[in-house]
Design a protein around this ligand. Structure first.
Ligand SMILES: Nc1nc2c(c(=O)[nH]1)N[C@H]1C(S)=C(S)[C@@H](COP(=O)(O)O)O[C@H]1N2
Ligand SMILES: [Mo]
Length: 216
């Protein structure tokens, strides 16, 4: 356990206790090129995988000491984390103050115990979608496996029963219908990243496309 991990763990514990919010209060809360919406549009490849709840599994594997496979019941039995965050889609809509609940990604990492070699998280979904994130950023205190939106089970169209939520990145990093989370030493480009979208996906620097120079 390094100092960084311990510091993150402390922040996560404060978040779990409901003492901190993820919502930025700065003037530039709306990222460049984005406009505000009040609905929650649906964006995906058009396949909405309706896995029977009894067959649903989430596999956590790769560079970890304790790989685990969760049933939905097992996943939802983990400590519940609720957070309010902003949601940014590259198609230019942003929705403020989105209330999601689920399992903090930190809770999962703490259970499976990533090895020192683990640097990335490769996410695979039931519709064939994939994306990846640096593990460090996944351990941020606003990242979760969301199972609820506004206190209700997450709709199938928004990735139910369980999706990733990475509020600080464009939403293509927030894989819906997750099936497998693999800790990896190497990064792997996901579905949109292979098709020219940025692998860093930072809304606040207008970081949309792999080839596009970043705005200051
Ligand atoms: N499994 C899966 N996850 C996905 C996608 C997808 O096609 N399949 N689309 C991504 C994109 S591009 C966006 S903008 C968000 C949209 O989430 P929403 O439909 O809940 O608004 O999901 C992301 N996660
Ligand atoms: Mo998107």
């Amino acid at each position: 356990m390094n100092a960084d991990y311990i510091a993150r763990k402390e922040r996560w514990a404060r978040k779990m206790a409901g003492k901190e919010s993820s919502v930025p209060r700065s003037e530039d809360r709306l990222p460049p090129g984005q406009h505000l919406v009040t609905d929650f549009p649906v964006l995906d490849l058009g396949i909405k995988p309706d896995v029977p709840p009894d067959d649903w599994r989430l596999q956590i594997l790769g560079e970890v000491d304790e790989p685990k496979t969760f049933t939905l019941e097992e996943l939802t039995a983990l400590p519940r984390f609720t957070d309010v965050s902003d949601f940014h889609c590259v198609t230019t809509w942003t929705q403020f103050d989105m209330k999601f609940s689920g399992v903090a990604f930190f809770t999962i990492a703490d259970l499976v115990r990533p090895r020192q070699s683990a640097k990335y998280l490769i996410m695979q979904s039931y519709d064939g979608y994939s994306t990846s994130m640096p593990l460090d950023a996944m351990l941020d205190d606003d990242v979760m496996i969301a199972t609820h939106w506004n206190d209700l089970p997450l709709d199938l169209e928004h990735g139910g029963p369980a999706r990733i939520l990475v509020p600080k990145r464009y939403a293509w990093k927030s894989a819906k219908w997750i099936r497998e989370l693999r800790f990896s030493a190497e990064d792997e480009l996901g579905f949109w990243e292979k098709r020219g979208y940025s692998n860093t996906a930072d809304p606040h620097t207008n970081d949309r496309f792999a080839t596009q120079p970043k705005l200051p």
